[in-house]
Design a protein around this ligand. Structure first.
Ligand SMILES: Cc1cc2nc3c(=O)[nH]c(=O)nc-3n(C[C@H](O)[C@H](O)[C@H](O)COP(=O)(O)OP(=O)(O)OC[C@H]3O[C@@H](n4cnc5c(N)ncnc54)[C@H](O)[C@@H]3O)c2cc1C
Length: 448
């Protein structure tokens, strides 16, 4: 029995082949764009009604941007006036049956001719339930808003807390994971410490604010070049971030983070940016899944099921050049979505499919004002202002929608001249489960 029998997917019957895309991320939207005007009915399922531009999520968390600047409603992208026979439904796909060719949701089932799984990743806590319970992830817009509320509430609370130890714990921020998200977040917090927080909280000694960045490997930004890692380390040190390498965070009970090297940090805020795992969907046989990703051939076809495809972060395509699969960044997802759009047309025409070949356009990470690192094709590495300017340009251009480009650009220009993070709003108070002190703090102002 369907538990939500009062709802229905309501997808019209069609004579055209039906392509069901699960996920409106980088892979899903680029595929859907390519199928516009072709002889398919396209159905997109996503558990959020927007496409998120995750590279700028940390700026929402650190009060630099509002969420609507980094997201685009999927119905706006593919509205019926400009895309015939496109259907979006806000549902979470529960499972698929590749034998009967059916997608299952709690609202109903849908038969497909072609299925594309483009579900990306979810936060990976590596089985540590305690860290999962008490830490702050940064994967979706609600996570960023929770983190923003937490950070601002910590300073509000610190301004009214006479006990020095409690105050210190409120002003200690531990970021776990020295990949791009951890590095960019650490840099943004350090910039706030310099330019924003002292004038916002004149009664609080902001020098006591500590930002810790803990990385398990021997360098920051492990996927990037050694030059970029070293520069990033130097920039963050210069900004006052406490960087610890070769160390894991072993436990966190909401009060103390215990590191493998024996260090103990009292903190109200531990941010988990240490890993992701594929957002798998039930129903595919176990032999099609390896290391949490779906095994695909060079056409993104799931092994054994020629009508089922996986693209983007969820897909594991092993090649001679990329034996462990492509990096979990936006470009492989974009390029695979675009190629699959062309290949589905070829499949309909019984033409041979084109194999996927990844064009690596390089990697970028920003640390602070005039400070970024860039690894570009041709073994070129840049740091400082040049890399920073490239980062700004690439990110504005990559944003989906003219409005978003304009809003982000104007925010950055404003920030550049004023040193202001313009959106320091606690839009909705957030209290992590089990944080009784924060709950009491929020209750005293957030009651009718
Ligand atoms: C904080 C952060 C920072 C990043 N920074 C960078 C960066 O600087 N540069 C870079 O290149 N990459 C960056 N990435 C990685 C990049 O965002 C991903 O590689 C890219 O989003 C992968 O695209 P995708 O289409 O595979 O998945 P996504 O873009 O994640 O899209 C997956 C979609 O599937 C939906 N979905 C998942 N499960 C279900 C389900 N069961 N039912 C319905 N819908 C479902 C989700 O809601 C989502 O909309 C970052 C990622 C994060 C989280």
């Amino acid at each position: 029995m369907i538990p939500f029998a009062d709802l229905a997917l309501n997808i019209p019957e069609t004579r055209k082949p039906r392509v069901v895309i699960i996920g409106g991320g980088f892979g899903g939207i680029n595929l859907a764009k390519k199928l516009r005007g072709k002889n398919f009915q396209v159905v997109m399922f996503d558990k959020q009604n927007y496409h998120g531009f995750w590279p700028l999520l940390y700026q929402v968390a650190t009060a630099g941007l509002e969420p609507d600047a980094i997201a685009e409603p999927l119905r706006k992208l593919f509205g019926s006036d400009n895309y015939e026979d496109f259907h979006f439904r806000l549902v979470k796909v529960k499972s698929v049956n590749p034998v009967t060719k059916i997608v299952h949701t709690l609202v109903g089932d849908l038969k497909y001719d072609y299925l594309v799984i483009a579900t990306g990743t979810k936060t990976n806590y590596f089985g540590n339930d305690q860290i999962k319970k008490f830490s702050f992830p940064l994967k979706q817009i609600p996570d960023a808003l929770n983190l923003r509320s937490q950070m601002l509430q910590c300073f509000e609370q610190a301004s009214m807390t006479p006990d020095p130890e409690t105050q210190q714990s409120l002003m200690n921020f531990v970021i776990v994971g020295g990949g791009p998200t951890g590095v960019e977040l650490a840099g943004a917090l350090a910039e706030m410490k310099r330019h924003v927080l002292p004038s916002d909280y004149p009664g609080v000694n902001i020098n006591k604010m500590n930002i810790y960045l803990v990385e398990g490997m021997d360098r920051l930004l492990p996927p990037m070049s050694k030059e970029s890692s070293e520069k990033t380390y130097k920039y963050l040190k210069h900004l006052g971030v406490n960087v610890t390498l070769n160390t894991l965070v072993e436990s966190y009970d909401g009060e103390v983070a215990v590191l493998k090297n024996g260090d103990r940090i009292h903190t109200n805020t531990l941010i988990w940016a240490a890993g992701v795992a594929g957002a798998l969907i039930d129903g595919l046989p176990p032999e099609t899944v390896e290391r949490g990703r779906i095994l695909v051939n060079e056409y993104n076809q799931v092994l054994g099921y020629p009508e089922v495809f996986a693209i983007g972060d969820i897909a594991l395509m092993k090649t001679d050049k990329w034996p462990k699969g492509h990096p979990g960044v936006a470009q492989p997802a974009i390029q695979q979505g675009q190629l699959l759009g062309k290949n589905l047309v070829r499949l309909q025409r019984n033409e041979p499919l084109q194999p996927f070949e990844y064009t690596d356009k390089g990697s970028l990470a920003i640390i602070g004002r005039n400070q970024a690192v860039a690894d570009l094709p041709g073994n070129m590495h840049f740091g400082g202002f040049i890399a920073w300017a490239i980062w700004l340009f690439v990110h504005v251009m990559a944003l989906v929608g003219f409005r978003n480009k304009l809003v982000v650009l104007s925010n950055w220009v404003y920030k550049f001249f004023t040193y202001e993070n313009g959106t320091r709003l606690i839009i909705r108070p957030f209290v992590r489960k089990g944080d009784r002190a924060k709950q009491r703090f929020v209750d005293q102002y957030n009651t009718d």
